[in-house]
Structures are given as structure tokens and as C-alpha cells.
Design a protein around this ligand. Sequence first.
Ligand SMILES: [Zn+2]
Ligand SMILES: [Zn+2]
Length: 311
Amino acid sequence: MASESPDANPSAFARPTPTAGDANRTVIRFRGTRGSIPSPGPATVRYGGNTSCVEIRFGDTLLILDAGTGIRALGAELTEVGDPVRATVLLTHFHWDHVQGLPFFHPMHLASSLLHIVGPADRDEYVEQRLARQMEPIFFPVPFHGVRAECRFTAWREGPLDVDGVAVRVFPVRHPSRTVGYRIETPSASICYVPDNELAGGRYEVPSDWRRRFEAFLAGADVLIHDTMYTADEYERHEGWGHSTTQQALDLAAAAGVKRLVGFHHAPERSDDDLDRLRRTLGPPTGSPDDPTPSDFSFSYAAEGDELHFG
Ligand SMILES: [Zn+2]
Ligand SMILES: [Zn+2]
């Protein structure tokens, strides 16, 4: 996939010009933090049971990262506000846990909505076709061509995508099926979202210098939301399944000079108490030789309902 890798030069990530006051504010809201399959119940109430979905707001711009089951409640809130919905949905790939909420995203069924859906595919129409498959009559009562929103589809390409003044870049990652991570630059925050990615082990069609390019892609980000699905023991039994451990993600964050790592895509069987225990047992990031433990670095596991504010 070498030809699909974007230019990983960090200087390419120039931020748009900041504006004054609240107009400059970027807000991240975690709508679904779980991997693989929804896992509701008393053991997961704090970190949440919904699958991957993260909302990013900058001014009037609404970006939705993945359309797991967490997108349903977001859709309900948007409908309640009552304004026509304008949103860009950035899909990392088409595994169920990243698209299964879309049929239940209420703005999809309103003629006043305008949705731009971006995903990894060779052609724009393939993005639509893949989403339509999960709404075929055998799986779902409403066909995709029956949705009322005006939908536009874009297959990701090399180079930045401009979403209402927010610069978005993609990077192919190591995961079964074609999968990407995103880097989003607003004037007040640089946010990287990589929910499914195997940092060590497995066999994937990526260039030999993938790791170096990936670190350059993430370099200096304010937040990296990254796959931390497995413990070290679990990983030994699941090498090649496309996911990482928390320690691997911490090492990556340190090497890329990221300011904050948010662990994401929790295993469905991981309870709130398990995550708290894991958090307590983690060692410090190993870091790079020149800057082993950046003083402003922080780590947390993503919890449904959490917000991060910038600017
Ligand atoms: Zn996933
Ligand atoms: Zn996946």
C-alpha cells in the first residue's frame, strides 16, 4: 500500500489561522469507546458499552469519527436540537463495530440532513455500496436507498481533505481489511484517531518504513486516540487479529511526541474495574532517547460521555 501513504512530513500539518474567543474552541466527545461488539451491562457503565464513535466540534463544523452504536444517541440529540444536520462522517473501515450504528442515526432519515461520508475505498460509489450492504432487506427493514438525507460519499485519497476549513489527513494502518487512521487539524487542536491498529506482529501490506512514517504522521499531536484493546497476555494469543496493547500505544505516543494518549476500543469483556486496574499497573512510557518522559504527557482510557476541550 506504499503508493497510498500520504506525505508524512509533519510540516504539512499547518494549522488553519486561529480566531478569537469561543470561535476557536474544539470539543471532542466520546460517544462509543468499545471494540468489536456492544457490551452494555452493570460492569461497563462507566467506560461505556457502545462501539466506536467520536464527535468533534469546531464552530459549526461537526465531524463524526466512525459510526458504531455510539452514533445513535448523538443522532437523537441532534434531532432534538431541531436544526438541519450538516455533518461529515469519517469511517476508518467497514467492520461492524464501526458502521453498525449508522442505520439508527436519526438524521439519516430526515430530508433536511446533509451528510458527507468518507471511507477507505477505491471509488466514491464503493463507500455507498458497502454501507448499503448492511441495510439489505435480510439484515434491516429500511433499505439504504430509502434514507431521506442528502448523502455524499468520498473515498479517501492522498493529500488533505478540507472539511469546512478543518484539515483532515489519512494514513493506512495495520489491520485486517483496508483501514485508515485520521489526523484532524483545527486552529486549536490536532487530533489523531486510530481505533484499530496492530503496532507489533501480524502481517500487513504496508511499506517497510511504515513505523517511521506513522510516527511522523502523529508527530506532536495534542491527542492520540489509539487502539489499546489487549493486555500483554491477551496479545500473545491474538497476534494478527489487528489490535494493540496499552504499553505499545504508550511507546508509540512517546516516540511521536504526542501530548495526550487516550486508550480506545476496549475489549468487550473488559469491565470498568479491569480498566481501572490496568491503568494503575502501567509503567511510564519508554519514550525517545532525547525526551524519555515528556512532562506534559497524560494518559487515560476513553469513557463514553467524556469531553476534551481545546482553545
Ligand atoms: Zn473495531
Ligand atoms: Zn476492525
